[in-house]
Ligand binder design. Structure first.
Ligand code: ADP
Ligand code: MG
Length: 145
């Protein structure tokens, strides 16, 4: 596991951009952390790293947003409002997550039982003692960070 500390949103964005630049087809990035932790900020940087120029927001009401204008297709999931993992079948989850693009799943812990075994786990946590904008970002399953 690799731990990275950021002290402002731009640093989390930049980490995302760096990982997005290095991302390869078929990878699944599973993001966990409380509301407001920075999952979407990370995702926005990641999308920029893939060469996606348009705005990327949390697809809260659609679960899945697909971006195809980058170096690889990006499948951005936010499963915060999922009621049951079976809802994921309905949107064709497996075709995407085992497909040729890159998947990025906010709130991945909510669908733990259907996450691919071979995945990259990114957990973002706050530490009130270290300030309002501090985040600890733990990355598992990625060789070079
Ligand atoms: P999530 O998607 O995890 O619910 P967002 O990415 O939407 O969270 O929001 C994170 C919020 O926290 C943003 O308003 C961002 O500006 C702020 N923020 C402050 N410090 C950081 C940091 N170090 N990393 C990421 N976001 C930060
Ligand atoms: Mg979000």
């Amino acid at each position: 596991m690799k731990t990275i500390e950021t002290y402002k949103a731009e640093e989390t964005w930049e980490l995302g951009r760096r990982l997005g630049m290095a991302a390869s087809a078929g990878q699944a990035y599973c993001l966990d952390g409380d509301l407001g932790a920075g999952k979407t900020v990370f995702t926005q940087g990641f999308a920029a790293g893939l060469g996606i120029e348009g705005p990327v927001s949390s697809p809260t009401f659609t679960i899945l947003q697909i971006y195809e204008e980058g170096r690889l297709p990006l499948y951005h999931f936010d499963v915060y409002r999922i009621g049951d993992v079976e809802e994921m079948d309905e949107i064709g989850y497996e075709e995407y997550v085992y497909g040729e693009g890159v998947s990025l799943i906010e709130w991945a812990c909510l669908i733990e039982e259907i996450l691919p075994e071979n995945r990259i786990q990114i957990r973002i946590t706050r530490d009130p003692e270290k300030g309002f904008d501090y985040r600890r970002i733990e990355i598992t399953g990625l060789e070079d960070v």
